[in-house]
Design a protein around this ligand. Sequence first.
Ligand SMILES: NC(=O)c1ccc[n+]([C@@H]2O[C@H](COP(=O)([O-])OP(=O)(O)OC[C@H]3O[C@@H](n4cnc5c(N)ncnc54)[C@H](O)[C@@H]3O)[C@@H](O)[C@H]2O)c1
Length: 502
Amino acid sequence: MPDVKYVLNSGSIITEPAEAVKMVKICCIGAGYVGGPTMAVIALKCPDVEVAVVDISVPRINAWNSDQLPIYEPGLDDVVKQCRGKNLFFSTDVEKHVREADIVFVSVNTPTKTRGLGAGKAADLTYWESAARMIADVSVSDKIVVEKSTVPVKTAEAIEKILTHNSKGIKFQILSNPEFLAEGTAIKDLFNPDRVLIGGRETPEGFKAVQTLKDVYAHWVPEGQIITTNLWSAELSKLAANAFLAQRISSVNAMSALCEATGADVTQVSYAVGTDSRIGPKFLNSSVGFGGSCFQKDILNLVYICECNGLPEVAEYWKQVIKINDYQKSRFVNRVVSSMFNSVSNKKIAVLGFAFKKDTGDTRETPAIDVCKGLLEDKAMLSIYDPQVTEDQIQRDLSMNKFDWDHPLHLQPMSPTTVKQVSVTWDAYEATKDAHGICIMTEWDEFKNLDFQKIFDHMQKPAFVFDGRNIMNLQKLREIGFIVYSIGKPLDDWLKDMPAVA
Ligand SMILES: NC(=O)c1ccc[n+]([C@@H]2O[C@H](COP(=O)([O-])OP(=O)(O)OC[C@H]3O[C@@H](n4cnc5c(N)ncnc54)[C@H](O)[C@@H]3O)[C@@H](O)[C@H]2O)c1
């Protein structure tokens, strides 16, 4: 077998005999939306690597070991079924698997702090720090520790300190390998990533660690798509990528308000803008606002880092992306209330979709939460239907405090008080029966194929549809008799005559 060569940036080459390069064992701490799918795909693509995914949450691990996986992602079941029990294991024995691993990924929660210094902005690294201390405690051999969670830039330095101060002579190399998958298309994204990013120390040991991780991804990702950088660039690139993506959504959403005021159609505007090859068509769909566990959290984190580095203008610039997102949600609520004679008190409003986007059951920071809370504030009666979200989850989301969702399950409030004006159904027709209005909050494909004549026949009149995702055939709905509002589209006369909204 030929020797293995590592080329350093300086141009010098380190050579190791092939037999010294043994098979790697991987452990991932955190069996969530990132840890579960990424490790399942590594196990599938690297049959010669043993992958253990560990978590402190017993129900989560039990679910990963059952037929009902804890998260819904198209294609995930199939990947897990192919590898589970062969080279993919889910376990709560965190210490054992960390001790045995050569590479430890850390993919735990990094919530927004709710108290103390940096509250409402800074990342709370409690879970990361406790994982790092545990790694230092239980390790008996050298390890590569990989940041998979999204963390503030320079976290690796802090983690390195924790590991080396407690290490009993064991050597740790820290790598940053942020995850760019999108929920709903996670398996597709993991099979075919635009790029894999690996940041490491620019030392011989650092380069060697980067190469080891690169070899894992090289099982299926073309070499040209594996980017290597220094640690800080990798950490910051993840925050920057999410900020850029969210910024595009806020940009088109800001335009949607102007479209409504002027009679322009946001779909036509974004198409015309997106055909410019310098801009491109993706992420230009106007909607009720972005959601998901990452965008807001990562931008707040970026804002905090800018402030800490004495860059208030830069912080202010990125803050605006979140402000527009909040504005878009409250604008939607105001539109619903003002259209319905300025009151939704005791009126039944059907909410179709609760997940933050289609093809996922994830409700973290979904715009549906703020819209529902806004309508409840005006005393509406809500009837909610989402094909993938349970009643329990919806009730928890509507009664939980901001940012509380981003903690391990057993640390979240156990029995939230049920919101009485909210009912949850498992059928869109049931949800819309006798309703005064319908709010479309998620772009599930099945909503496009509903029998809207049947729905109209069973609703109170005038019957309203408020399309927060621009997925409906407005012409058809108008012909049936609905009064229709769709974000950024020319307004019905009815809506034009209603009081102006913020
Ligand atoms: N969800 C996404 O689309 C996405 C994409 C890219 C990056 N990220 C980032 O990845 C990280 C994880 O996100 P997620 O969506 O998978 O979160 P998640 O809440 O679904 O999963 C995190 C898991 O970590 C476990 N955990 C926490 N502390 C632990 C500990 N000390 N030991 C063992 N297990 C522990 C929790 O029980 C939980 O199951 C976050 O930093 C997030 O910002 C998320």
